[in-house]
Structures are given as C-alpha cells and as structure tokens.
Design a protein. Sequence first.
Length: 157
Amino acid sequence: MSALDALVSELSDADRQERIELLIDLARNLPPLPERLAAHKDATHRVEECQSPVYLFVELEGDRVALFADAPIEAPTVRGFVSLLVEGLSGATVEEVLQVRDDLIERLGLPEILGMLRVRGLTGVLRRVKAEVTRAAIARAATPPAANGQGAASSHP
C-alpha cells in the first residue's frame, strides 16, 4: 500500500469530526519549503484555483517525485490537504502520481466537511500537482542525462 493509499484509507474510515482533526494534524506536519524554493513563491508556482495562497514545487530525483508546497497556517483544511499530497506523493513515481484518481477529494470525504469553493480549490491543487509532474517529466525527457546518469528536472528555476 502506498503512502497516499494509507492516508486515504485513514481519512475515509474516519467520522466527520475525526476527519477534521486528521486534516489539522496533517496541516501541522507540512514541512517548511526548503530555503532554495522559498524565494520562488510567486505567481508561477501559485495554485490560482485555490482562494488560499498555495504554492507548489515539483522536482524529479531519478524516477521519483519530490513534492514541496506551502499553504497558510490560517487555512488548516487546505494546508492539511496539501500536506497529505506532499506526504502521500513524495517518493512516488511519475506514473503513480499521474494515476491518482481525480475523485480523491470525494474518496477522502472532504466535500462533507468543506464548502464547495474549498473543494474546487483542492481539486485545482491536485490538478496542478499532476500538471507539474507531467511538465517536469517532459523536461527531463528532453534533457540529456547528467554525466553521473542521474538526470534531474524541476518545475521551478
């Protein structure tokens, strides 16, 4: 079972109140952006569909995805969902990320606890993760491998 599957199972099995508490716990666990990325919190990395300022960064390390994100502590449910994606998808392959079902938010039971605008914003976050992973994979495929054979690509400067 993948890290994301384990988180989905935990949230979907929880009742409404437990789901909120789990999201808040996840929000607390979102790691800070690495310093090298924090300077690039700009419109290029912001998820426009989300009312809260969410910033996403994707890197490929070999054939594995490294996902970094920032979301405001004042929006704990959004931050919790973003943290779930970071925790659940970091280390996954490009194919595994792209195979995440678009109904993830429904499977997590989030529409039951969040308003329609938040759900739409979270859907935008998931779409953006997939788009950035695709973009990084295409960039990697177009770039000759580094001398050490470890081609790396990212969705940021």
